[in-house]
Ligand binder design. Sequence first.
Ligand code: ZN
Length: 299
Amino acid sequence: MTPDHNTVKAMWEQRDRVTRAMSEDGLFRVAVIQNTAVTRTAQQRHELDPVRAVLLARALTSASLLASFMKGEERVSIMGDGSGVVKHLYAEALHVGEVRGYATVNRQPADPSAPLGAGILKVQRVLYGKQEPVTGVVELRQGDVTSDMGYYLTQSEQIPSVVVIDVTFNSQNEIVQSAGLLVQAMPGARPEDIFQMYDALDAMPRLTSLFDKPMSTEAVIDEVCPIPMTILETKAVDFFCRCSLDRFKSILLTLGYSELKSMRDADQGELVCQYCNEQYKLTAADFDELLEQSLARQN
Ligand SMILES: [Zn+2]
């Protein structure tokens, strides 16, 4: 049965979305995201405490904001490695709206009071027409992701940028609202244009408070930007991972016959996707099929 117009409309209204816009004078591009479902799904899937949940939410939000300025299947990943309570942080977003990621615990943090602590932030883009991914690395500034992203974009990519990310929790430490904003100056923006924009963003209310009103992503852009904006596009964003049992099987095939056989003999049929924490169980029949295919490859 095809859902009726009102049902489709209601489903769309509940989905996370990112909107990108350009100032009418062409000097700034802006993206605003409301991604509560994405970040809450990430928190639930990976069973994250608030510290890891907020860091992962910021990384997922940053990735989606950057991806909104890309094209088609182009994608961006953000990796953080630190000395704080989070050891490794990973988020990956496709322009089409898929985003996934994880945050791993540091069992023996050198800096137990810091979220990410000291370390590096790496941003990698896979772009059409480029053979190799475009990669940039900076040292973590504050290890909170948000200011590190602003620093990375401004310093490493040489684009004056402001990143604002706001995540709120309820008393059960569950994410209840998540939103982000990215503003980038385009070539031709003068220092006074940039300062005017920075001043306006400094004075804006908390992002989540705007979405709590509620406001749309488009309305938030008009609200926070001090100059007239043209809305270019709004896209749905979902926590989504392309993993599947078939994908895992094709990876396992590359291990070779003897490795597969010892996995089966040791009853190691449980697979967990690190990106989305989905669990897969290989049956005896799956192993038989893999071993048969592996033998056929050898011959
Ligand atoms: Zn997965």
